[in-house]
Ligand binder design. Structure first.
Ligand SMILES: O=C1O[C@H](COP(=O)(O)O)[C@@H](O)[C@H](O)[C@H]1O
Length: 232
């Protein structure tokens, strides 16, 4: 598996450069198959990228947007990735996109995972675009070190879909697409910013168990080349 590092001078240039690449991939998907799909991450990193992507002039009504992972919190929560996407990506031209949330107001995270697996199964496979993030603990999606279902989540034979995850570093229970759902995206991106995350990435690229730094699953086993977008 291969990785390519795309380096930018600052976060604003990175947001624009990544939005250019992602919108081109979505436009290709629409031109080739009539529709396109993208799964995006939450957290603090993607806000400027979402705002840049939302301004792109593509046929947003033919695009399905979902999340790589989510906290089991309603969209009213300021911890919700759904809320982040609504406020920053599903705006302007991109408001016409079809959004499939992972959170559902179900009795349990397990029930919500079942509902979101069923709803997102309607998206064609593989995703046109997956944009991953990475935490300073080496997690990606909600593949957390020590996570209750980490081995199931990162097992390539686990079917596509959404499962739950609980971990000490995760806060709330999580909902996450499995490795098999994400690793073969037509455009597979890791979006990270800051010197600290570059140090974490360098450590992940070295030897060690995948379970200690689950981003290693993508660095080592993704079927698609991993495009790493970084700025200081
Ligand atoms: O918990 C999460 O964190 C990671 C990284 O977030 P950041 O704040 O360091 O950018 C993110 O990729 C993931 O989607 C999110 O749920």
């Amino acid at each position: 598996m291969s990785t390519t590092l795309h380096t930018f001078d600052n976060g604003a240039a990175l947001a624009e450069g990544l939005a250019d690449a992602v919108s081109a991939a979505l436009a290709t998907g629409i031109a080739t198959r009539g529709t396109a799909s993208i799964a995006v991450s939450g957290g603090s990193t993607p806000k400027a990228f979402f705002q840049a992507l939302a301004r792109k002039d593509i046929a947003w009504d033919k695009v399905t947007v979902t999340l790589v992972d989510e906290r089991f919190v309603p969209p009213e929560s300021d911890r919700s990735n759904h809320a982040l996407v609504t406020a920053n990506l599903l705006q302007g031209p991109a408001a016409k996109a079809h959004f499939l949330p992972l959170y559902h107001a179900a009795a349990s995270a397990e029930d919500a995972a079942g509902l979101s697996s069923k709803a997102t199964a309607k998206i064609g496979t593989p995703f046109d675009v997956v944009v991953l993030g990475m935490g300073t603990d080496g997690h990606t999606a909600s593949f957390f070190p020590g996570g209750t279902q980490l081995s199931r989540a990162i097992d390539a034979t686990t079917p596509r879909g959404v499962i739950t995850m609980e971990a000490e570093g995760a806060g709330e229970p999580r909902l996450t697409f499995t490795f098999s759902s994400l690793h073969d995206a037509r455009l597979l991106v890791l979006h990270i910013e800051g010197e600290g995350k570059k140090v974490v990435l360098a450590k992940a690229e070295g030897p060690g168990d995948e379970a200690e730094m689950p981003i290693r699953t993508m660095l080592r086993r993704a079927a698609s080349p991993l495009q790493i977008y970084w700025a200081p």
